[in-house]
Design a protein around this ligand. Structure first.
Ligand SMILES: [Zn+2]
Length: 324
């Protein structure tokens, strides 16, 4: 270990801003340590944790926290902002959703295990060294390479006051759609829920890129939540026209369970994100190598398209679209 300057983020002094590599520990490789950016204000306040790169090919959040850190002044901050600049380094280096070491989806293994796979060890470290010590969590995702998504902020429908706290913070983020769903197993949000830490997550375009406007919306959104939490001065009223949907159906928030194709082939989208559809409308179809339609994917309900498949090649069992 060559961490001569290593001091965990929670020992950051008032008025200090710093970066360091946080080791995963529990025997995980030292070169899979996580880049941490932390700013501690002059005044007391919440400890706001921002996670980026839980999926290694979702770059928007990684870019946003770098910009946030560059512009974060401890003199105007109450409390502590701590960001994990890339949570899943193994997956980031592989430019993939999961890492090369075990191929696991980190958003299915929280709260992790200290003696598990690399992905499970990282999730355990994130749970114990970060989420447990936070008073609020924001986990920045995107549609990655495979899908296109409309910008949204989500949260788990919990019991008691927690849902209201999460809903208001999700609205404050300022994205056009706010979506509360049944809690999912294995997410950073489920680890937070188990610890009583209010949490939200965000999604945006993806398609393998990192759009300038998506990064800007994430930077603005995190700042707006910090205003909402009274960590920064300013106003963060939800924008007019913001849509709020809550759905307590089990698995409602699991994007991979919506409109699954029963056949492999080539997907042809018939709609784009934000399109309004009615029940029975064609969302797209799956054709074989002769162009023959093998499956028609039709909307099961009326709503707006939140997510649509971007990469044409599909395997049976892949999600094609999500309507909310
Ligand atoms: Zn993700």
């Amino acid at each position: 270990m060559t961490h001569e300057t290593y001091k965990s983020w929670w020992s950051t002094q008032e008025g200090q801003r710093r970066t360091y590599m946080h080791p995963v520990g529990n025997g995980a490789p030292v070169d899979r340590a996580m880049p941490i950016m932390v700013v501690r204000g002059r005044r007391d306040g919440p400890t706001f944790l921002t996670l980026a790169g839980v999926h290694g090919n979702e770059i928007e959040g990684i870019a946003a926290v770098q910009e946030l850190f560059a512009g974060m002044d401890p003199e105007s901050l109450a409390g502590t902002w701590v960001a994990v600049g890339c949570s899943n380094v193994d997956a980031y280096l592989a430019a993939d959703r999961g890492g090369a070491a075990d191929g696991q989806d980190m958003a299915r293994v929280f709260p992790g295990r200290p003696d598990g796979t690399l992905t499970e060890r990282v999730a355990h470290c994130l749970t114990e060294d970060f989420i447990r010590r936070a008073s609020f969590l924001c986990d920045l995702h995107s549609a990655g390479r495979t899908y296109r998504m409309a910008p949204m902020t989500g949260y788990a429908l919990a019991s008691g006051d927690l849902t209201a706290v999460q809903r208001e913070a999700a609205r404050a983020f300022g994205l056009p759609l706010v979506w509360g769903t049944a809690p999912n197993k294995g997410r950073s949000l489920s680890a937070a829920l188990a610890l009583g830490v209010p949490a939200i997550y965000t999604e945006t375009t993806g398609t393998g890129g990192c759009l300038r406007e998506d990064v800007a919306a994430y930077v603005e959104g995190v700042r707006r939540v910090m205003i909402h939490l009274r960590m920064l001065e300013g106003e963060a009223h939800p924008p007019s026209g913001q849509r709020l949907v809550e759905d307590s159906t089990p698995e409602s928030g699991n994007l991979q369970e919506h409109n699954v194709t029963p056949v492999s082939g080539r997907f042809r989208a018939a709609v784009d994100v934000n399109d309004c559809v009615r029940e029975g409308d064609l969302l797209g179809d799956v054709v074989d190598l002769f162009g023959k339609v093998r499956f028609e994917c039709r909307a099961e309900k009326c709503g707006a398209v939140l997510m649509i498949r971007h990469v044409p090649r599909v395997e049976a069992g892949d999600a094609l679209a999500v309507v909310v």
